[in-house]
Design a protein around this ligand. Structure first.
Ligand SMILES: NC(=O)c1ccc[n+]([C@@H]2O[C@H](COP(=O)([O-])OP(=O)(O)OC[C@H]3O[C@@H](n4cnc5c(N)ncnc54)[C@H](OP(=O)(O)O)[C@@H]3O)[C@@H](O)[C@H]2O)c1
Length: 312
């Protein structure tokens, strides 16, 4: 079996369990593409899975859900993509046995089902495209879970993070919110405004109780629904994407892992209405910066997405 360079862990633990070295190179199954990874992005779930076995999967495991890259081989059932195509996606969906892939995206090559990827928007770099899939799928699911309608108002808790920075943009430019309000700390206020928020609440200066207005939808990306529920109108949906939601009125929302969602939003990226937000500390180098990238993510203070690039 051929090998490739990857980051992997053989035991659960802090970021120091990560090792860089040779890892097996998979051949694509009939419904899979083999993609040469050009950029990847980290999500909090990559840290959580590395810290403890929260989902069934085998070790050693390569972390990473999100990637953008180039198709270098394909299985015989693949119909939509060809060798040389530039694609992106979240490769981690549960298989028939309820397991996630051992081979995540912090590797030179990944095998991924055709249904999980989409054509990279023409105007986005690999780094920008890699920053999107998981957070975008999660943010879209939040609006679906809430049954959000054009013209409604939204209050987003955590407007500067991976999911929140996309939720602000989706609310404004895709779902037609009449008013978008989002929270963040003082240094990120201008960033969240630049995403299209009509108002930004600096949570270091203002508590939820001090906000007089109430909203049609509260989308909480930081697990603060035990407090943030007060800004929801009576009966309005409160979606909390952390498990378990901390207020009984809050509904948990997860994500649908699918290339279709990415394809549906491609025109918005290509028209410049939606824009990826890459954390300014990155992109981090694949060969030398992955542990530092995890350290940065695990501060909980990332602005937009933590991206890994310069794959060999
Ligand atoms: N349910 C699902 O399927 C699903 C999917 C994706 C993510 N998640 C979970 O959702 C959470 C967020 O994910 P993410 O990728 O968006 O994380 P992230 O990018 O790491 O979030 C970092 C951001 O959180 C903000 N933040 C932290 N505390 C805050 C507070 N009290 N109020 C407002 N903003 C605050 C920070 O802004 P400041 O520095 O300004 O505080 C920072 O910009 C994680 O727990 C993740 O595991 C769940």
């Amino acid at each position: 079996m051929e090998s490739q360079k990857a980051w992997f862990y053989e035991e659960y633990g802090p970021k120091e369990v990560l090792k860089y070295g040779d890892y097996m190179l998979s051949s694509p199954k009939p419904d899979q593409l083999l993609v040469q990874v050009r950029a990847a992005a980290l999500n909090p779930i990559d840290s959580k899975r590395r810290q403890r076995p929260i989902f069934p999967s085998d070790l050693p495991a390569v972390p990473g859900c999100d990637m953008a890259g180039v198709v270098v081989a394909k299985g015989e059932l693949v119909a939509q993509f060809n060798i040389g195509d530039e694609v992106y996606g979240n490769i981690q969906d549960f298989n028939a046995e309820g397991k996630l892939k051992q081979l995540g995206t912090l590797a030179q090559f990944v095998a991924v089902e055709e249904r999980l990827v989409a054509t990279k928007p023409i105007n986005l770099s690999f780094e920008e495209a890699a920053s999107l899939p998981l957070a975008l799928q999660t943010a879209v699911e939040g609006f679906v879970t809430a049954g959000f309608k054009k013209g409604q108002t939204i209050f987003i808790v955590g407007g500067a993070g991976g999911c929140g920075s996309l939720a602000v943009q989706l609310a404004k430019h895709v779902y037609g919110a009449s008013k978008v309000v989002a929270t963040c700390s003082t240094p990120k206020v201008e960033f969240v405004k630049s995403l299209g928020a009509d108002e930004v609440v600096d949570y270091l200066k203002t508590t939820y109780d001090e906000i007089k207005e109430t909203y049609d939808f509260v989308y909480d990306t930081v697990g603060d629904s035990k407090r943030s529920y007060v800004v929801a109108k009576e009966g309005a949906p409160i979606v909390d994407i952390t498990w378990p939601p901390s207020h009984p009125r809050a509904v948990y929302s997860s994500l649908t892992v699918s290339g279709e969602i990415l394809e549906m939003l491609r025109p918005y990226f290509e028209a410049g209405k939606l824009k990826p937000a890459i954390d300014p500390a990155g992109p981090f180098s694949f060969m030398t910066g992955v542990v530092e990238a995890f350290r940065h993510l695990e501060t909980g203070r990332a602005r937009g997405k933590v991206v890994i690039s310069s794959f060999p």
